[in-house]
Design a protein around this ligand. Structure first.
Ligand code: THU
Length: 134
């Protein structure tokens, strides 16, 4: 049975508690639902070399891809902010590359949510259609 939205939101909230964010103290959790029905969660993982930090969304996506999943339905992004936390540009691009038609649901700890299609968050996206492939 496909997990419902409440289950996915709960998974994102839980993933947030596992965030490795000793530098920013900004905790983010993500829960990605694959077409298989499996949920892949992720939290942000920071490095002392700050640029090596990986966001929760990409951790979740990379976990799923590395387990052979290639079809995705929705991703929930959870942060403890009043204002909903929207994926950064890098995550939008990588999600576009691997999960173009995905629904992106932003959620905070107070129960507020907002839903977007990824194409709304990344209009006029760059992608492999522009690459020369021989
Ligand atoms: N971060 C995420 O994990 N996802 C987002 O959507 C925005 C930002 C992380 C990266 C870094 O560890 C911290 O939040 C502050 O930028």
């Amino acid at each position: 049975m496909t997990p419902d939205l409440a289950t996915l939101i709960a998974a994102a909230h839980h993933a947030k508690t596992l965030a490795c964010a000793p530098y920013s103290h900004f905790r983010v959790g993500a829960a990605l639902l694959a077409a298989s029905g499996k949920i892949y969660s992720g939290c942000n993982v920071e490095s002392s070399s700050f640029g090596l930090t990986c966001c929760a969304e990409r951790v979740a996506l990379f976990k799923a891809l590395s387990e052979g999943e290639h079809a995705f339905e929705r991703i929930v992004v959870s942060a403890d902010t009043e204002e909903l936390c929207s994926p950064c540009g890098a995550c939008r691009q990588v999600l576009w590359d691997y999960a173009r038609n995905i629904e992106v649901i932003l959620a905070n700890a107070k129960g507020a949510t907002r839903t977007f299609n990824l194409r709304e968050l990344l209009p006029e996206a760059f992608d492999d259609r522009l690459l020369n492939r021989e």
